[in-house]
Design a protein around this ligand. Structure first.
Ligand SMILES: [Zn+2]
Length: 301
């Protein structure tokens, strides 16, 4: 799990970014309606900059922010439209993230293709053009996140703010049930809240992974298990080959020890590539921890 750089945007930088977009709108305007939008943006810009100030001051408590009541319907429409027109500054920001980050910081399994409004644009149009509210994401996460927002507790972690790299909390379990039907063991991912130093962060992670459908706490598998099943099959085939080679000149226990040392090497390189909290590393640990079932798994391949 690679998170974005810790919060580095400043309030002044955010205002500049937005002001630049509004100034550049002049070049795009060619009818009366659009000119009115520019008037509405300029009319309400001081209210919106007040909101930016609040956003930066409450960056660790964003769910406590309330909508800006001084904006009327025309202002709101103008702010939403200003983003929907895909201005150059927004395009440039998206391009920069695609080059620098690549992997979606919400799910860590898909590539970045768009920008998600961390605080939904539909509910808080005043943050439509706030740079720190624009989180690079894959289309799947952006679509699922949509306008979900809670005023009592954060539902999703914020890749600009939260940094969960210390403890291993994404875990998986392999169970040998239904082996004969599926040919590979069934796989379940979960968040190990007990392994999170801060319990409220643990609950936030659980909410995030559940709501994005990455792990399904109550109903079904989630996209981590779906994506990992194919990878699991590949790993088991590789390990089976290693085992078959080793068992020729050693006993079963030594051959399994050797396979386990290979799994450790896979873990080491995956931590390096994907970091400690990733689907791949969770899967490899689950394989390591199911050593008692390996022979059974191999026999069903
Ligand atoms: Zn994603």
């Amino acid at each position: 799990m690679k998170t974005l750089n810790k919060y580095t945007f400043t309030a002044a930088g955010s205002e500049l970014f937005t002001q630049e977009i509004i100034n550049n709108q002049r070049n795009l305007l060619n009818d009366g309606t659009c000119n009115m939008d520019k008037v509405y943006l300029n009319q309400s810009i001081s209210y919106v900059f007040d909101c930016f100030d609040k956003y930066h001051k409450n960056i660790y408590q964003l769910h406590t922010l309330t909508p800006e009541l001084r904006l009327n319907k025309s202002h709101i429409d103008a702010w939403k439209l200003a983003y929907n027109k895909n201005p150059k500054a927004v395009k440039d920001l998206r391009k920069k993230y695609k080059e620098e980050v690549q992997m979606c910081p919400y799910c860590f399994i898909s590539n970045i293709s768009e920008l998600d409004h961390y605080i939904p644009k539909a509910r808080f149009p005043e943050y439509s053009l706030l740079n720190i509210n624009l989180v690079p994401s894959c289309s799947g996460c952006n679509k699922i996140k949509e306008d979900k927002w809670s005023v009592t507790t954060p539902l999703f972690f914020n890749p600009f703010i939260h940094n969960f790299l210390e403890e291993r909390f994404i875990k998986a379990e392999l169970t040998p049930d239904n082996l004969s039907r599926n040919k590979i063991p069934s796989l379940k991912f979960y968040i190990d809240i007990d392994n999170c130093t801060n319990k409220s962060e643990g609950l936030l992670l659980q909410s995030h992974f559940d709501k994005l459908g990455l792990i399904k706490i109550k109903n079904g598998k989630g996209s981590y298990a779906e994506k990992a099943t194919q990878i699991l099959s590949c790993y088991l085939r590789i390990l089976n080959k290693i085992f078959a080679r080793k068992i020729i000149d050693s006993d079963e226990s030594s051959a399994l020890d050797y396979v386990e040392s290979e799994v450790d090497l896979f873990i080491e390189s995956s931590v390096e590539t994907y970091s400690i909290n990733s689907m791949e590393v969770a899967l490899l640990y689950a394989i390591k921890e199911s050593r008692d079932n390996w022979i059974d798994f191999f026999n069903h391949l």
